[in-house]
Structures are given as C-alpha cells and as structure tokens.
Design a protein around this ligand. Structure first.
Ligand code: AHG
Ligand code: MN
Ligand code: MN
Length: 361
C-alpha cells in the first residue's frame, strides 16, 4: 500500500496516473484517458450522494422496476443518470448500456459520437444503501467494432476478452476507484477534503493463500451437488482438510470482491436447478461479471462461470446472466473441478442456455 501523505511515498492523482498510462499506448488520442477521468468524476458525484444519502432525501425506493423486475432505488436512478449525463455529450462514446435500462442507450442525436462503448452497473448492492452498508459502481469499456457513426448492439455484445478498460468504485468508509487498462490493476482513494483520488494501491495482485470466501449460502438448498461440495472444500470439510477459509458476505459484489482482491479469496454466485430452464445465477455478464473478470485476471486471479473463463463467453443478450466464481486462480479452478465431477445435468442445461442465440433473461 502507498500512503500518499507519508514522507517517501508517491503522491499521484488519478488524472496523472491515467495520463502516465496513456504513454504506454503510442498514438493514443487521449480520448480514452478523458473517458476514464470522467468516470472518476462520476464516482465522486455518486460518492457525495451516497455519503449524504440518509440526509438528502435520496434513500428509499421508487415505484419503478428495472429490466430484471427489481424495484429501483432512488440512488440507482441518480447514479444511472449521473454516469449517462457525464458521458453523453463528450464525443467519446458511440453508445452506452446500463443495468437499469432494457435497451441500448443511444447518444442523443444533437451530440457527436466516438469510438468507445460504455457499460455500467450504476449502483451495485443498492439494497444495502438504506441500511448504510457499502455499495459500488462497476464499469467496462469496449472499442466500437462496426462502421456506422452510432453504436449498435453488436458493438456492445463483445466477449470480455476484448475489453480495453474496466473498473469500479466502492463507497465505503472511504471511496475508492480501482481500474485496469490491461496494464495491471491500480487503486485510488478519494480524499474528500481536496476532492482528488490519490494512488494508494499500485499494481494490485491478489494475495496467496486466499483468506475468505463470499457467497450467499442461505441459498445452499438450491445449489447443485458440486457447488455444495465446493463450499465444504472451502470450509476444509471436503477434500484434504485444509484450514477453513473465513466467510465474509456483504451482499454488494463490488465490496465483497474488493476485500477478496486485497486479502485473497473467492466470491461466488452459482447457478442452480431451482427452475431447470433457468440454470444460471443472478449476476449479469455485461454489467458485472465481465468487468470484474478482467480486473481479477489482471491481478493474477481468475473468473469462471463454473465451466470456463468468463472472458471467453460470447454474449447474446445485453442482460444475460452468468454463474460466477471470482478470485484466486487455483481456488476458482477447484470450483470448476467439483462442477465437472458432480454436475453433469446442470452443466448440460447451462451450456444450452449459454450457447443459444436468443437468450431469455
Ligand atoms: P444490484 O444492486 O446491482 O442489483 O446487484 C446486487 C447483486 C450483487 O451486488 C450482490 O452481490 C448480490 O446481488 C446479492 O444477492 P443476494 O441478495 O441474493 O445475496
Ligand atoms: Mn449489481
Ligand atoms: Mn445495480
């Protein structure tokens, strides 16, 4: 960890860091640099609203539902609008997509377009806001692949392997922003007194051995045999009887992931057979899983849907879901092994879902 205000440590703002990273891409126009900086600015605005949430009348729910049938929180909408309005007029994006909107978000016709696509989960873990528990924002950036001026679904539905950048903000005791452009993972902490994100966690790599597992195992009765065996392995019951990992579950994936990234661990939200025609889990491939998979891989870890690498999945639907196992590489690979050994039926049902062109959500 770098403590920016300690003598002998480096004092680097996120702006300077992003500019320094840009130098590693000869010929870069700087558009991308400014896009990342705008995400940092959006993060500051959302942090300001979340830290004042109990006072500023932004707690509570709307009577609206998002595309998943989930009730939207006031802060979901605020965060969603903040990110959209920060980026709709900059000429850097050809389209956006948000967890809170069923369709692709076009750049308004009065503004010009650019060569990137932005995907985001404006507020992750939003059910935690009303009880003052950490939440976050997740974002991912793809490069436009089609020729026209405006972005299309094809530009968005790219495998995570093609991402040019991904990051998240976590609004906890401190606000942090963590991002990667494929050149390592770097973490910044917001000093609210000066309004700047300062480099506190350069070149993050997920430590070994892992300490924690994070899963909602209140749902265990719905899990497949392989996933239950995996849980028991993490607890040191099944297998060679290693020291148990400790359990931590916040229920905001960004915050759970952040802890595991810094301390070592695995987050998982498996698929199940509750409804055999819906063998997937809860997490969204485009708004949650791809970004964190890219980040964890850059930090030396691994993300899987229980069968193979999240980053290699060809998406077919903006809102498709994936089972997710995310964390230290070897620990995630063991989940794949348990599933391969014990969950033949589930795997067949899930792969049929993953491979179909018209994916229901
Ligand atoms: P979101 O608030 O963006 O809808 O995401 C909620 C997600 C994720 O953040 C969290 O890890 C998970 O839902 C919690 O689900 P359970 O309540 O089923 O544990
Ligand atoms: Mn989310
Ligand atoms: Mn959300």
């Amino acid at each position: 960890m770098n403590e920016p205000y300690q003598a002998g440590s480096t004092l680097v703002t996120i702006e300077r860091h992003i500019l320094d990273q840009q130098k590693k891409f000869p010929g870069a126009s700087g558009e991308f640099t400014r896009l990342l900086y705008d995400m940092a600015l959006a993060g500051k605005i959302i942090a300001h609203a979340t830290t004042r949430a109990g006072l500023a009348g932004v707690l509570g729910s709307t009577n609206l539902q998002n595309s998943y049938g989930e009730t939207q929180k006031n802060l979901d909408i605020f965060a969603d609008q903040t990110i959209f309005r920060m980026n709709d007029h900059t000429n850097r994006l050809c389209a956006m997509a948000s967890e809170e909107h069923e369709e692709l978000l076009d750049i308004p016709p009065r503004f010009g377009t650019g060569k990137y696509v932005l995907l985001y989960d404006p507020l992750d873990g939003s059910s935690n806001v009303d009880v003052n528990v950490s939440v976050g924002t997740i974002f991912a950036i793809h490069r436009k692949t089609t020729d026209g001026e405006r972005g299309t679904l094809e530009d968005v539905l790219q495998p995570g392997r093609n991402l040019v950048a991904a990051g998240y903000m976590t609004y906890g005791p401190s606000t942090m922003m963590v991002y990667t452009t494929g050149q390592g993972v770097h973490g910044f902490t917001l000093d609210p007194g000066i309004g700047e994100f300062l480099l506190t966690h350069p070149d993050i790599s997920i430590p070994e051995p892992p300490k924690y597992y994070s899963a909602n195992h209140g749902q265990e009765k719905y899990w497949t045999h392989g996933v239950r065996r995996y849980l028991h392995w993490l607890q040191g019951i099944d297998g060679e009887g290693h020291t148990p990992l400790s359990h931590r579950y916040i229920g905001s994936m960004v915050a759970d992931f952040h802890r595991n990234l810094l301390e070592g661990g695995v987050f998982f939200y498996p698929g199940d057979m509750r409804q055999p025609d819906k063998p997937y889990g809860k997490m969204r491939l485009m708004f949650e899983a791809q970004a964190l998979a890219f980040i964890v891989e850059q930090a030396g870890g691994y993300a899987s849907d229980g069968v193979s690498n999240i980053l290699d999945i060809q998406p077919h639907n903006l809102h498709q879901r994936v089972p997710l196992f995310l964390g230290n590489r070897a620990t995630v690979e063991i989940a794949e092994q348990f599933i391969e050994q014990h969950d033949r039926d589930w795997t067949a049902a899930y792969l049929a879902y993953r491979n179909q062109q018209q994916i229901p959500v």
